[in-house]
Design a protein around this ligand. Structure first.
Ligand code: SAH
Ligand code: SF4
Length: 362
């Protein structure tokens, strides 16, 4: 494990940077950039040029954009900026996972996790600084919500990590870091549009997954607004269980959530991923498994079984591996596809539910 904690600067979170009125072009869609260029009296194609420099050339200053005239670059410098987050420290897990602590311009910190797979890498990005959803099993919840990330700050995590780890092959992006993406709806949707755009970082929508704790009305809206893969953190099979660990369930109980999933406009051959964190003697019985099968029928779903990371928890424990295997067997024997997710990056607090913006106290 390598933690460059000494590189940490004094934290200046919560401070809004009023001295920086220039818009960050990282968070603009091609349409918006075209309007921006039109307002400057520039040709339309300049927008695509700048967008490619930012997202494909990984340029973080206008000076690098050498196919723009020097005068134009200087003008841009005065009225706009390109501001991907900065890497403040990095931790490397024994299993190859790399966790980056990134600072936004105002000093707020979020974490992004690079997960090497056999033939590609996945980047897990944050959508908020902290989270307001209050799930009892999740470390991010203990921070509360500090603020939403802008679309540029969400996309910027991909750009910064690509630049910092040039040999990485980030083809897959998951919105599974800090925060509830659908509670930061407009920025999350805009980030999806930019990430999947041909002039942007070129992440295929089939390789971009949005994970939500279950804001039912926004799931339906997401299906109408944009294309991306959907993952839902179900984690329970009765309202009583779910109310206890996920307060969002009191606003949108299982019935509402499942209805949103049944109606979700799934592309052909696609499935909704159901995340189910297995907690010892809480939601891991044979009866729970059978009930899960029943609830998900007739939704086209596959289940990711995630044994609880109990390192930082007092009240909940992870089930024994035999219990996890038995739970999976029950789902599979009833034709529900189920995969057990190995926990990765646990030694550097990079695994599911362990991110807390660089704080060690939480
Ligand atoms: N806020 C979104 C995106 C974050 S994804 C969401 O909740 O879906 C974080 C995932 O980690 C969720 O599926 C959550 O259920 C899971 N998780 C939270 N705490 C965990 C823990 N202690 N162990 C294992 N998984 C956990
Ligand atoms: Fe927020 Fe997701 Fe953690 Fe719940 S599990 S507190 S929604 S980040």
């Amino acid at each position: 494990m390598m933690t460059n904690a000494n590189q940490l600067e004094p934290r200046t979170a919560h401070q809004y940077d009023a001295s920086e009125p220039r818009p960050d072009l990282t968070g603009m869609t091609l349409d918006e950039l075209e309007r921006f260029m039109a307002d400057l009296g520039k040709e339309r194609y300049r927008a695509a040029q700048v967008m490619k420099w930012i997202h494909q050339g990984l340029a973080d200053s206008f000076q690098q954009m050498t196919n723009l005239s020097k005068g134009f670059r200087e003008d841009l410098e005065l009225i706009a900026r390109v501001g991907p987050p900065r890497v403040v420290s990095e931790s490397r897990s024994r299993d190859g996972v790399r966790k980056f602590l990134l600072h936004m311009r105002d000093g707020c910190g979020v974490e992004a996790v690079l997960i090497p797979e056999d033939d590609h890498d996945t980047l897990c990005v944050s959508t908020q600084v902290g989270c307001s959803m209050g799930c009892k099993i999740c470390r991010t919840a203990r921070m509360g919500l500090v603020r939403n990330l802008t679309a540029g700050e969400i996309v910027g995590q991909v750009l910064t990590v690509r630049k910092t780890a040039p040999s990485s092959r980030i083809t897959n992006v998951v919105f599974m870091g800090m925060g509830e993406p659908l509670a930061n709806y407009l920025n999350a949707v805009k980030a999806i549009r930019i990430l999947t755009h041909p002039t942007g970082p070129q992440i295929s929508w089939r390789r971009l997954t949005v994970s939500t704790s279950g804001l039912a009305p926004r799931i339906s809206r997401l299906g109408r607004d944009v294309r991306a893969k959907l993952a839902v953190s179900l984690n329970a099979v009765t309202d009583e269980q779910r109310d206890f660990i996920m307060p969002v369930n009191r606003a949108y109980p299982l019935e509402d959530l499942l209805e949103a999933l049944r109606e979700y406009p799934l592309p052909r051959r696609d499935r909704i991923t159901i995340e189910y964190v297995l907690i010892k003697d809480f939601n891991d019985s044979d009866a729970d498994a059978r009930r899960l099968v029943k609830l998900l029928n007739p939704i086209r779903a596959k289940v990711n079984l995630i044994p609880l990371n109990d390192d930082m928890l007092e009240d909940f424990r992870s089930p024994d591996p035999e219990r996890v295997a038995r739970f999976q067997e029950i789902l599979m024997s009833r034709s529900l596809m189920a995969i057990i997710r190995k926990s990765r990056g646990r030694d550097v607090l990079a695994a599911c539910g362990q991110l807390a913006g660089g704080s060690r106290e939480l």
